[in-house]
Design a protein around this ligand. Structure first.
Ligand SMILES: [Zn+2]
Length: 488
């Protein structure tokens, strides 16, 4: 009886709080929603990143309803059989930059929304300005800058030796004004098109979404509420008009601005710049893509003329002419739809504290701890009194488990001070019971390594091809002990 009463009491409480829960809090780093403010985000562990979030205005049923339309493209409310839905070939337009086309999944899709995130100064504006200038020759492009003045944009374009005489530029931060002007531009384009045979595709670039604001939300530009609502209005416009929308989003470490992650669920494609701004190569990785493969990477080189695409990036991260050294091995990683050869380095050194250090750059830290345990239990190689550092050369981030075997090879090589020949490549996943598991696209990885002049490969047994690859001696291994034998 008592329990029932308290349950009823609780039920009453929850409905009440649901009614009054108009304001929630959102983490500007990870986008996690919270009902109460706390100093630390319970989702990602960041401090002082929760911001008050008030959803956009919902005045009147009609106005409220409008805010939700247009997310899934044309919305005719009819239930159909799946088989009756006509299959349309996705129309794609090239950006003229092959590496950008690749991460987009083959080019621009009308009505798609692309979020381009990355650290400030890494090349987001440069890439989009280059792309806009070239595309404006054949289609209607509006570049909206909320950060730089028009003079600065023009200066940047001339520095990149881009002409862009047809590129429409606008310095504005109010979303309503931008959309008004974009609509006017569309109408005048349509009027001009009556004389032309081909309709032109429309592109809208917003640089950056954190500077934009909408008068419908009270809070300051850059706050979660503003960024989300401004993006929602722009996304709606893109879906309704078939415009390709690029949103630039800065990744901020301090949590002062809402990061791009709070927008990831609203857009079709999320691209992130990887690497540091002081390195020559920049990687653009597709983290989410409704129109292509995720984890696809595009490789660019930063030059004084802007970002230049690197067409054959499989071996750019290998240092050539370097003598073999203990702790350094080459692995073939699989990124998106192509192989990438990278060098993994390990340094194993006596630890002078009771708590030996395990540090990983470019690979998963937890995975390192796991592999060291596997190495100790199933390989008989002890590292409990050693500091272990692992690094991927060139600032590349490797996300796949195919790096396990290479990591172990590098660690063992450094521990034993025995260099591994630079003609050998490694890949393969290591399981907790010491087995070596196959990884995807083994054949293609081996072929790429052979093309780059590697002579030997130590790979999972199931990845060893049935027909031999010319010039390549392939050792298939099924467990850790077997693999360690080959490394001797
Ligand atoms: Zn968070």
């Amino acid at each position: 009886m008592q329990g029932e009463i308290s349950r009823m009491h609780q039920a009453g409480k929850t409905t009440k709080s649901a009614k009054s829960a108009k304001i929630s809090y959102v983490c500007v780093d990870c986008g996690g929603a919270h009902s109460k403010w706390t100093g630390q985000c319970s989702d990602c562990g960041a401090w002082n990143t929760l911001q008050e979030f008030s959803p956009g205005p919902r005045s009147g049923a009609g106005a409220g309803h409008q805010n939700f339309t247009g997310y899934a493209g044309a919305s005719e409310a009819v239930i159909r059989k799946l088989a009756e839905v006509p299959m349309l070939e996705i129309e794609r337009h090239t950006t003229t930059i092959t590496e950008l086309d690749r991460v987009l999944g083959g080019g621009l899709v009308p009505g798609s929304v692309i979020l381009l995130g990355g650290d400030p100064g890494i090349g987001k504006s440069t890439l989009l300005l280059q792309c806009s200038c070239v595309l404006s020759e054949s289609m209607s492009v509006l570049y909206v800058t909320g950060e730089e003045s028009l003079q600065q944009v023009s200066l940047r374009a001339s520095r990149l030796s881009q002409i862009g005489k047809n590129l429409n530029v606008l310095a504005e931060t109010e979303v309503e004004k931008i959309l008004d002007l974009a609509n006017q531009l569309n109408q005048s384009n349509q009027a001009n098109q009556l004389h032309q045979a081909q309709p032109t595709m429309k592109i809208l670039v917003i640089d950056s979404i954190q500077t934009m604001f909408t008068s419908q939300v009270q809070s300051a530009p850059g706050s979660v509420s503003q960024v989300r609502e401004a993006a929602a209005q722009l996304v709606r416009f893109a879906k309704q008009t078939g415009t390709v929308l690029f949103l630039v989003g800065h990744v901020t470490k301090e949590g002062a601005l809402a990061g791009p992650r709070v927008l990831e669920h609203m857009v079709d494609t999320v691209l992130y710049f990887e690497g540091q701004s002081d390195l020559r190569y920049r990687l653009v990785r597709a983290v989410k893509n409704r129109f292509g493969a995720v984890n696809e990477i595009g490789v660019f080189a930063m030059t004084d003329k802007g970002l230049k695409e690197v067409n054959n990036p499989s071996a750019i991260f290998l240092s050539s002419g370097v003598k073999e050294a203990p702790g350094s091995v080459v692995m073939v990683s699989w990124e998106g739809t192509r192989p990438l050869l990278v060098e993994v380095q390990a340094l194993v050194d006596s630890a002078y504290s009771g708590n030996p250090r395990r540090l990983c750059v470019g690979l998963d830290q937890n995975r390192l701890a796991m592999l060291l345990a596997v190495l100790s239990r199933h390989g008989g190689v002890q590292t409990h009194d050693q500091d272990v550092f692992v690094n991927v050369v060139g600032g590349v981030k490797i996300l796949e488990t195919g790096s396990d075997l290479a990591m172990i090879a590098a660690i063992v090589s450094s521990l034993r001070s025995k260099p591994i020949s630079r003609e050998i490549i490694f890949f393969g996943e290591v399981g907790l019971s010491g087995e070596i598991r196959p990884v995807q696209s083994g054949q293609e990885r081996l072929k790429e390594a052979a093309k780059q002049g590697f002579k030997r490969a130590i790979v999972p047994k199931q990845n060893a091809p049935k027909t031999s690859i010319p010039g390549m001696d392939i050792q298939g291994v099924s467990d850790l002990r077997e693999a360690l034998n080959w490394m001797k």
